[in-house]
Design a protein around this ligand. Structure first.
Ligand code: FAD
Length: 480
């Protein structure tokens, strides 16, 4: 994979798409770099159900990642929907979902206190409970549909190696316990010398753990793709949508334009995450494409197996560099993050859709990560390193529901690098809104996730104090 400085930044225009004025950056690059997860492409990766686009579909979904395919699954399984098309710019599941860390970890206390401060204890807890429900629903569906995707239900261990950060984390834990939240009974927190022995992480000053999951996201989604295509959903890969225009009042619906022609849609679901502002410009300051990195680490075959890691991890070093990590049943590790290492190299990650290149500033960070972090991993090395594009929202909550001010258009996007424990039930609720025409408050979605004109305007007006991109320390409002 070339590095960022080897190559000028690719974008929609460079790739020959007809880009929309002012939104050129918001189409996926044609040639994403390789990832471990997609080493073997699924037979439906480049699938087109029909040679030409259908003339009409009752529902057109834009994007074949977790959000788009999840919505299609619920449309056909829960409602027996018969006229659904998915338009995908590249191969199926080639966006963030096919390039992520495989960590399905509900947020129980990370950003939840911030949400509580902003919107009250109940609104914050609602998010945590929704994410816990997602994990359980995922386990259930994976078992019911017999999906071979290496899913595990495990404990996620949070580790703090910096003394000050460990103290702050303990204070947050104490605050959450004091909120009398039942789900906090699943969390156990340790401080002091025993933290290293309990977590297994060198230099740990505090650690905590709770129930989470790990999986092979590409296999999960491609299994669902097979189910929905078999059920009659028309999948059109390598078909970027460049615009969606309302038709005349008599005709109703929308004209969806792609370089392969146009089609008519009764309703449109925008499931194109980081790239949503390419078609809905009002989200330009609400959902910003931001790159991250991830890698797979293995031991040389000659070496005896390293000590088994059965938990997943969020590790924070003494310098407060955060990494998410999952162990795999083949003995390898998938680990990513390190945003603090490349934060200053903004041109390489912020408002950037080029996942054909890495992030130079972070190329070496994971080279000896396992031996730096755990005992018994000497000789470990990177087998594959890749980048991916996430949709960071202005206020760190996804935008879900009816597109404000529009009829028959729905969005689920802006998952802030944290879609795995959020999207499954979100897509179920979006399918409900599409099919039953119910309002957001009649769904089980957390109120903070609703895409509203207020949230759109707040980001467009760009008051710095209102915005934050959690986990990066950046405010979308400070950027052009
Ligand atoms: C490196 C990395 C690591 C991550 N690790 C984790 C993790 O461990 N845990 C976690 O919870 N989350 C993680 N995430 C975030 C997670 O992957 C996302 O939140 C989730 O996959 C978003 O799913 P999605 O379907 O909304 O988006 P995507 O998977 O990006 O799907 C959107 C799709 O839309 C297509 N598209 C875009 N524009 C158009 C258009 N105009 N026309 C047609 N198609 C279009 C894209 O090609 C893409 O396939 C990570 C992300 C990255 C990049």
């Amino acid at each position: 994979m070339p590095s960022a400085t080897d190559k000028t930044q690719a974008n929609g225009l460079a790739n020959g798409y007809t880009a929309i004025a002012g939104t050129e950056k918001c189409l996926p690059t044609v040639t994403p770099g390789e990832t471990f997860w997609q080493t073997e492409k699924d037979e439906l990766h480049d699938h087109r159900s029909t040679e030409q686009l259908p003339e009409h579909s009752d529902i057109v979904i834009i994007g074949a990642g977790y959000a788009g395919v999840g919505t299609a699954y619920h449309l056909v399984k829960d409602y027996d929907a018969k006229s659904v098309t998915i338009l995908e710019a590249r191969g199926a599941c080639s966006g963030a979902t096919g390039r992520n860390g495989g960590h399905c970890r509900p947020d129980l206390y990370g950003h939840i206190p911030t949400y509580m401060d902003r919107a009250g204890a109940q609104a914050g807890a609602e998010v945590a409970l929704f994410e816990i429900a997602n994990l359980r629903a995922l386990k259930k569906i994976i078992e019911e549909e017999k999906i071979d995707c290496d899913f595990t239900l495990t404990r996620s261990t949070d580790v703090w190696c910096n003394e000050e950060s460990a103290k702050k984390a303990k204070a947050v834990y104490d605050r959450m316990v004091a909120e009398n939240l039942d789900y906090m009974n699943d969390v156990i927190f340790y401080t002091g010398d025993r933290s290293e022995g309990i977590s297994g992480v060198k230099g740990a000053k505090a650690c905590a753990s709770f129930t989470a999951g790990t999986m092979w996201p590409y296999k999960f989604i491609m299994h669902l793709v097979k189910l929905v295509v078999t059920a009659g959903v028309n999948l059109q890969t390598h078909t970027p949508v460049t615009s969606v225009e309302p038709c005349s009042q008599e005709q109703g619906g929308f004209t969806v334009t792609t370089p392969r022609g146009t089609m008519h849609a009764g309703k449109v679901v925008y499931a194109n995450n980081a790239y949503v502002s390419g078609i809905l410009p009002q989200y330009k300051k609400n959902i910003i494409p931001c790159k991250g990195i991830c890698c797979r680490i293995t031991l040389p075959e000659s070496k005896e197996a390293a000590p088994l890691l059965t938990n997943s991890y969020i590790n924070r070093t003494d310098e407060n560099v955060l990494s998410y990590l999952i162990p795999r049943s083949d003995g390898s590790i998938v680990v990513g993050g390190a945003a603090a290492v490349f934060r200053n190299a903004e041109d390489q990650w912020y408002d950037n859709v080029d996942d054909s290149v890495l992030i130079d500033a972070a190329n070496d960070y994971y080279t000896d990560y396992m031996q730096r972090t755990y005992y018994g991993w000497e000789g470990a090395k990177i087998d594959k390193l890749w980048s991916g594009v996430m949709g960071y929202s202005y206020d760190s909550n996804p935008h879900i529901g009816a597109v404000p001010g529009e009829s028959d258009q729905y969005i689920l996007a802006g998952f802030n690098g944290h879609g795995m424990p959020v999207i499954w039930l979100s897509s179920k609720e979006v399918a409900k809104m599409v099919m039953e025409d119910v309002s957001f408050d009649k769904t089980g979605l957390p109120g903070l996730f609703q895409s509203t004109q207020f949230r759109i305007d707040r980001a467009l007006n760009g008051k710095e104090e209102d915005g934050d991109i959690l986990g990066t320390g950046k405010s979308a409002a400070t950027k052009p």
